[in-house]
Design a protein around this ligand. Structure first.
Ligand code: SF4
Length: 503
């Protein structure tokens, strides 16, 4: 069967620019892996890179029309409730007869399958969780003209207008999957994305990595030999040497996880590659990091999340502030300045928690670069369907949902925390929008940029301190005062950044 897999264009929503990505990094190879499994099963697959190739829906429609697929798969990502354009496109496509069957997959539809099936009549099925095997079974059944009922991992409408959904067991042995298909668009990215593992042995309340894979999901790793073999293929075919492991948790649990990482380091050492990873702080150990750096490790994102043990416990992070600080020390000793995941404002934060976070960031030199400061001084906890936090907030009546049940907002327990979060949201959104050209690499910064950023950084830190101290002293800001504060300091920041080109 001929199958087209589409990465659809993604809406840009300026007011959500600082709310992390609209799909986890771990999703970026879903299409490539699905294409690999479909090809292995004998299907003919074309990937249309609507997002990376900046294609219009008109152009995408033309390509799908030319391909004449028996099945269209759409990797659907969350667009901050701007799905209508995609739904209209799919409905038009179906009505024109260009494609007989449409199935969508990805993190967003896995958790919002009922809303997707209700709102878009053109979608015949939603693949929930890991898509590869379900998609291959669906393509096989359609090719044979068989019934699709009863395929595990599929959500479909039933004859009574209801929706049926069953889950599929996650793939046990990742080495058995073919390597993902890679398109020229993927290979134009600065780093080649690799997936060395799936799932996580942690259980953070805000995370939906394990819920995506389904009940009983845990960390599953590819063997170091299998990863090295894929890297060799990429080196040979594309000559690329920069890689990024999209694994939410690069290290497996405990000693076994460290041994595997050391084995991978020994395999990569002489290949002349550079790579980045994402990890939990409790897995950052001196010997392993030393070996990985010698093998080409150049960047790492660690999930610190908080500078207060009480907050870490509420998030079920299963780490401590002491472990956060030890991880920073080890990474810096090996010459790596990490990117950090940090949740300044969680629903139950008190002003004491926020103060502890602020002092933690200062003490650990994490408020010295504007692009990092703007992130860590704002991030609130995103509440997505499927996470334990979503369920708990819903149960306690503190979840606010607007149009789409996929995403909720937590009502803050503390009014002062809510006020400070709102101010920082305004100021950091201004910075992310104003500096998007420079921070995305589209615009070249002038030579004086470091000094300009240093001053803007100091001003942002000062704004945080001013509001926090006012609240700690028992003061409060009414909505009008808060808005006036944001306006005044946006103007000040705009003045400081006058020498930085927009774009
Ligand atoms: S450590 Fe990371 S991947 Fe694992 S559960 Fe927590 S947030 Fe999710």
């Amino acid at each position: 069967m001929r199958v087209v897999l589409l990465e659809h264009p993604r809406a840009v929503v300026p007011e959500r620019c600082n709310d992390i990505a609209n799909t986890p990094l771990a999703s970026c190879l879903l299409t490539g892996y699905t294409a690999g499994v479909l090809q292995e099963a004998g299907h003919e697959v074309e990937i249309v890179e609507g997002y990376l190739d900046h294609l219009s829906y008109e152009e995408i429609g033309r390509r799908i029309g030319d391909a004449v697929p028996g099945l269209l798969g759409v990797h659907m990502v969350y667009q901050w409730q701007r799905d209508r354009l995609l739904f209209d496109f799919l409905e038009g496509l179906k009505a024109s007869g260009a494609v007989p069957y449409i199935a969508v997959y990805g993190y967003y539809p896995t958790f919002a399958f009922d809303a997707v099936l209700r709102e878009c009549t053109a979608v015949d099925a939603v693949v929930v969780g890991e898509p590869e095997l379900t998609f291959a079974e669906l393509a096989g059944r359609l090719a044979r003209g068989g019934e699709i009922g009863g395929i595990p991992g599929l959500a479909v409408r039933d004859a009574d207008g209801g929706i049926r959904c069953t889950r599929r067991e996650p793939v046990k042995d990742l080495d058995r999957l073919p390597f993902p298909v890679r398109t020229p668009a993927m290979m134009r990215l600065p780093e080649v994305n690799l997936q060395g593992s799936r799932g996580c042995y942690g259980g953070c309340t805000f995370c939906y990595i394990n819920p995506f894979y389904g009940q009983g999901s845990h960390w599953r790793g590819r063997s170091p030999e299998n990863i090295a073999a894929e890297i060799d293929k990429i080196l040979e075919k594309w000559g690329k040497r920069d890689f990024y492991f999209t694994d939410p948790n690069f290290f497996g649990p405990g000693e076994r996880g460290q041994k595997r990482a050391l084995r991978l380091a020994s395999l990569l050492k002489d290949r002349g590659v550079r790579f980045g990873i994402e990890a939990r702080v409790n897995d950052i150990r001196d010997e392993t990091i030393g070996a990985l750096v010698a093998a080409g490790l150049r960047s790492i994102l660690i999930g610190l999340e908080s500078g207060r043990d009480e907050s870490l416990q509420r998030m079920n992070k299963r780490t401590t502030v002491a472990q956060n600080e030890a991880a920073l020390r080890i990474l810096r000793k090996h010459g790596i300045e990490p990117n950090v995941g940090f949740i300044m404002f969680e629903p139950d934060s008190t002003l004491e928690d926020v103060r502890a976070n602020f002092e933690f960031l200062k003490r650990n030199r994490l408020l010295e670069k504007l692009e990092i400061t703007a992130n860590v001084l704002y991030h609130h906890q995103i509440v997505l369907k499927g996470t334990p936090a979503y369920r708990e907030l819903d149960r306690s009546g503190r979840l606010r949902i607007s149009d789409n049940p996929y995403e909720g907002t937590a009502v803050y327990e503390n009014d002062g925390v809510a006020c400070l979060a709102e101010v920082m949201r305004g100021l950091t959104n201004f910075l992310f929008t104003r500096l998007s050209g420079v921070w995305s690499g589209r615009v070249q910064p002038p030579p004086e940029a470091p000094e300009i950023f240093r001053r803007a950084n100091a001003h942002l830190v000062e704004c945080f301190e001013t509001i926090l101290s006012t609240l700690e002293a028992g003061g409060c800001l009414q909505e009008a005062e808060r808005d006036a504060f944001v306006k005044r300091h946006e103007l000040h920041l705009a003045g400081l950044l006058a020498g930085i080109p927009e774009g």
